[in-house]
Design a protein around this ligand. Structure first.
Ligand code: ATP
Length: 236
C-alpha cells in the first residue's frame, strides 16, 4: 500500500534521513521505532507532505508517486495524520477542530464523518461546543485522532500519540489504536518511543537510527533482533 523508496530528507543543508526504504502492506500496524532525534517524525512529515523537510526519493501510495503532491491532496487520497503534540486550535470548539479534518469537503461528507467520529468518541460528543484548549490531555488526543479520521483515511499516521499523557490514558490510547485498526479498513503507521506499549500492537516495523533504516521486519523479527534489543531493551 505504501512503498518508501530511497527517501532522503533535509532541513536546509542538514540531511536527517538518508536513503530510507521500506514497504507497508495493506492492514499493517507498522511501527517506526527509534530514539529521540532519529528522524521518525521527519519520515512521517514526508509521507503526509508537510514542509519542511525537503524530500527526495519515491513515496508510492497505492502505486502512485505522491511525493510532489501537497498535504491536502494526500489527505484527500486517504492519508490521515495525528501530529506530535496534537496541534489543537485551543480557542476553537471541539466541533470546529474536528471539522478542520474535513476542510474543503462538502456538507454531507462533513456531517457524515462528524457523526461517525462522535460515535467512536462519546466523550467528545458531550463536549462538541467546549473549547479544545480546556480539554484534558487525553481528550485533546481524542480530538487529534478524530480530526484525522474526518478524512476517511485508509492510512493513519500516528506521531507519538502517548507522549505527555498519564499512564492510565496511555493505555486507553493504545487500546484505541488497536480497536481502530481491528474495526476499520485501516493501515496504521505508529511512531513511538514507548516500545513496551507499542510492541504488542505491531504487525511489522522498522528501526531508525541516525536517519537510516537499520532493520525492518515482522514484530517477532524485531523483538528478537539484537539491534532492536540494544536500542530499546538495553540487551546485547
Ligand atoms: P523525536 O522523537 O524527538 O520527535 P524523531 O526521531 O522524530 O525524534 P525528528 O523529529 O525527525 O526525530 O528529527 C530528526 C533530526 O532533525 C533531529 O536532529 C532534529 O533536531 C532535526 N529537526 C527536526 N525538525 C527540524 C526542523 N524543523 N528544522 C531543523 N532541524 C530539524
Amino acid at each position: 500500500m505504501l512503498s518508501i523508496q530511497e527517501l532522503s530528507a533535509r532541513y536546509g543543508d542538514s540531511v536527517v534521513v538518508h536513503d530510507v526504504s521500506f514497504e507497508i502492506e495493506e492492514g499493517d500496524l507498522f511501527g517506526i521505532l527509534g530514539s529521540n532525534g532519529a528522524g521518525k517524525t521527519t519520515i512521517l512529515r514526508a509521507i503526509a507532505g508537510l514542509h519542511p523537510p525537503a524530500v527526495t526519493g519515491r513515496i508510492l501510495f497505492g502505486g502512485q508517486d505522491i511525493l510532489g503532491l501537497p498535504a491536502h491532496k494526500r489527505a484527500g487520497m486517504g492519508i490521515g495524520l495525528v501530529p506530535e503534540g496534537r496541534r489543537m486550535f485551543a480557542s476553537l470548539s471541539v466541533r470546529d477542530n474536528l471539522l478542520m479534518g474535513a476542510y474543503g469537503r462538502g456538507k454531507e461528507w462533513q456531517s457524515r464523518n462528524l457523526a461517525r467520529v462522535l460515535e467512536v468518541f462519546p466523550e467528545l460528543a458531550e463536549r462538541t461546543a467546549q473549547l479544545a484548549g480546556s480539554l484534558s490531555g487525553g481528550q485533546q488526543q481524542m480530538v487529534a485522532f478524530g480530526r484525522a479520521l474526518m478524512c476517511e483515511p485508509r492510512l493513519l499516521l500516528l506521531d507519538e500519540p502517548s507522549l505527555g499523557l498519564a499512564p492510565v490514558v496511555v493505555q486507553r490510547i493504545f487500546d484505541l489504536i488497536a480497536e481502530l485498526h481491528r474495526a476499520g479498513d485501516l493501515t496504521v503507521v505508529l511512531v513511538e518511543q514507548n516500545a513496551a506499549e507499542a510492541f504488542p500492537l505491531l504487525t511489522r516495523g522498522t528501526l531508525i537510527e541516525r536517519g537510516r533504516a537499520v532493520f525492518t521486519g515482522t514484530r517477532h523479527e524485531l523483538e528478537t533482533s539484537p539491534l532492536v534489543g540494544r536500542a530499546y531493551f538495553g540487551t546485547v
